[in-house]
Design a binder for this molecule. Structure first.
Ligand code: PXP
Length: 258
């Protein structure tokens, strides 16, 4: 299983002090040496963590392919086309959200996404769409002629956390936080089934399948064992563990698990 390490979270720590330390660029060599397969970063419209200059240097200096997540926004797509990462992952973005909640709505944004995909392809950038594990979204992805889809595992991860820890999670797909345990167990099964089914449909449509969001050292094998998924993009849990073990160990341990 391929591992993309999302290094935004290093920039989140830097931005807490608005200085130049820790520098996400310093992670590139460690990621490569520890067995990561890809560097993932998100250039958000509000530049709350990764800045344009970070993205530029990361793409220039990384010996691993860079997967640049971005919104379907003309200005951002223009910047991405100039930066020329190996892959652009189109994600929905809301300024007020803490992290990316839910996948792209390909139905109501079809024309805008088609235009963005065309532009990215003209610039030799492969495209991935961050979508919920949903048949219709996968079929629309195929119509959009992208190379990859990334299945949003946030709903799965939140249900898993509600079952296995005292954390009360909020997620757009889980409105009622007082869900009984047996109901959570069937929701978890259902969410894994959806991801499996979606990966299978995507594979049949010749889409490459990645997955990510909320994956950690406890829940990741449920997803990494799914046959048609070939890549996981993981950030928060790896960077959180690296505070205690160092980034190298945190990546090696994740790579071993998946
Ligand atoms: N994949 C995508 C498309 C994302 O937006 C994110 C969050 O930045 C991730 C993967 C990684 O999620 P997490 O930080 O929860 O591992």
């Amino acid at each position: 299983m391929l591992l993309g390490v999302n290094i935004d979270h290093i920039a989140v720590l830097r931005e807490a002090r608005k200085i130049n330390d820790p520098n996400p660029i310093d992670a590139l060599g460690i990621c490569k040496l520890s067995g990561a397969d890809q560097i993932t970063i998100h250039l958000r419209e509000d530049r709350r963590h990764i800045h344009d200059n970070d993205a530029k240097i990361i793409i220039e200096q990384s010996s691993l392919p860079v997967n640049l997540e971005c919104a379907i926004d003309d200005d951002i797509i223009d910047i991405v086309c100039k930066l020329k990462p190996a892959r652009a992952t189109l994600v929905p973005e809301k300024r007020e959200e803490v992290t990316t909640e839910g996948g792209l709505d390909l139905d109501s944004n079809f024309k805008r996404i088609k235009k963005a995909v065309k532009k990215l392809h003209e610039n030799e950038i492969e495209v991935s769409l961050f979508i919920d594990p949903d048949k219709k979204m996968i079929e629309l992805s195929s119509k959009l002629e992208v190379e990859w889809i990334e299945l949003h595992t946030g709903a799965f991860a939140n249900i898993y956390a509600m079952l296995n820890s005292s954390l009360k999670y909020t997620h757009h797909s889980i409105k009622n936080l007082e869900i009984p345990r047996n109901e959570l167990q069937s929701l978890l099964k259902e969410s894994i089934k959806n991801i499996k089914k979606s990966a299978k449909i995507a594979k049949k449509l010749e889409l490459k399948v990645a997955a990510g969001h909320g994956l950690n050292y406890q829940n990741v094998t449920e997803i990494s064992s799914i046959k048609n998924i070939e890549e996981l993009n993981i950030g928060q849990s790896i960077i959180a563990r690296s505070v205690f073990t160092g980034l190298r160990q945190a990546i090696i341990q994740m790579k071993e698990l998946i």
